[in-house]
Design a protein. Structure first.
Length: 332
């Protein structure tokens, strides 16, 4: 059986990178797979959070999933903290994960920065919790953006190590699904940096909740170079900002970068940006309108999350019981 698991952290607002790199693909995949989509609030705790903001972001990310097209009647949508099995399995897996594997994780190095001694243990162990999220459902496929590739390889390694240690093939090795034209959307201010919630400049990203004027302003201010759009994709290689805008346009339009160049080659970026604004507003405005509508009824969001948590718990507890039996942990 094929089952998808994926998640996003409820830290700040979701942006175009989250949408094009992940969320949009989830919407397309929910027809083919049994799908479980999580709001990973425990992962958010790896960096300091304000309690009220965390709570409100958890509901807002839920609203974003649904507004983007995830169907809560067909998919399981829930927040990680509501299903205790994630944390329990994370502990078990952490005892099967060599520290050397975690020492290789580039995201820890980036997020911990210069003062690694002060970073929380949870930030270091973050990829083990992520592996537990996936493996507690025995998920087979994990749709994510490019930046999660290394974490997914670790999840596969942990699953393999567990299976080998106990001489079985209990965990399927989860397949990453890194799909579409925009697997790594870059900052609008710097084509060498990924578009990120944590960038201090809001002009670096387009948020799913930005209104039409804000989108227009951010696209107009986006960094480019003075050359017109080229004819061939290869010519974008040394032009990261130009490449990024062409990639974003193509992903939103559902075409290839080459087709986009076929349409706009020879034009100046000022003209191309006008088309990009129209397209981005057309695609994102319905999502933000629907998000606002959903956020006006928090009770309904909480009900969806509770219902999702019940369904997720049923699957996760059954698998956790099997895992405890395999390991030799006595359970009631
Ligand atoms: P996060 O906001 O870190 O929880 O990420 C949620 C999902 O969005 C993950 O699947 C990420 O890989 C994806 N993602 C985040 N930033 C980007 C980006 N700039 N481009 C493409 N995908 C992204
Ligand atoms: N680490 C992921 C991110 O920041 C979020 C995440 C947590 C996740 N658990 C997961 C993604 C399990 C896929 C599967 O983007």
């Amino acid at each position: 059986m094929n089952r998808i698991f994926s998640g996003m952290q409820p830290t700040r607002q979701l942006h175009l990178g989250n949408y094009l790199g992940a969320l949009r693909n989830w919407v397309a995949l929910q027809d083919q797979f049994e799908s479980i989509f999580c709001i990973v609030d425990l992962h958010a705790l790896t960096l300091p959070q304000d309690p009220a903001v965390l709570l409100s972001n958890t509901r807002e990310v839920t609203a974003a999933y649904i507004a983007a097209g995830i169907d809560p009647d067909r998919c399981i949508i829930f927040n990680q903290a509501a299903v205790a099995a994630h944390s329990e399995l994370a502990w078990i897996l952490s005892c099967h994960t060599p520290m050397g594997w975690l020492n290789r994780m580039t995201q820890f190095k980036e997020k911990a920065g210069k003062h690694r001694e002060n970073a929380a243990l949870g930030l270091y162990a973050y990829p083990v919790l992520m592996a537990a999220d996936i493996l507690v459902y025995k998920a087979t496929h994990v749709p994510v953006g490019e930046d999660q590739k290394q974490h997914l390889e670790l999840a596969r390694d942990i699953a393999g190590a567990f299976n080998r240690h106990y001489g079985n093939d209990f965990f399927p090795l989860p397949e990453p699904q890194i799909l579409g034209e925009a697997t790594r959307v870059m900052s609008l201010r710097d084509g060498s940096k990924k578009m990120s919630k944590s960038d201090e400049s809001d002009y670096s990203r387009i948020n799913l909740t930005d209104d039409a004027d804000t989108i227009a302003l951010k696209v107009r201010k986006a960094k480019t170079d003075p050359e017109p759009l080229p004819e061939a994709v290869e010519e974008l290689e040394k032009r990261p900002e130009a490449d990024n805008l062409v990639t974003i346009y193509s992903a939103l339009a559902g075409t290839s970068r080459q087709d986009t160049l076929g349409q706009f080659a020879g034009q100046q970026f000022s003209a191309f940006k006008g088309n990009l604004v129209d397209l981005a507003v057309a695609k994102l405005a319905p999502i933000s309108t629907e998000m606002n509508r959903l956020m006006s009824d928090v009770g309904e969001i909480d009900r969806i999350l509770r219902h999702g948590a019940d369904k997720a718990s049923a699957i996760a507890s059954a698998n956790l019981s099997d895992i405890k039996d395999i390991i030799g942990l006595l359970r009631p």
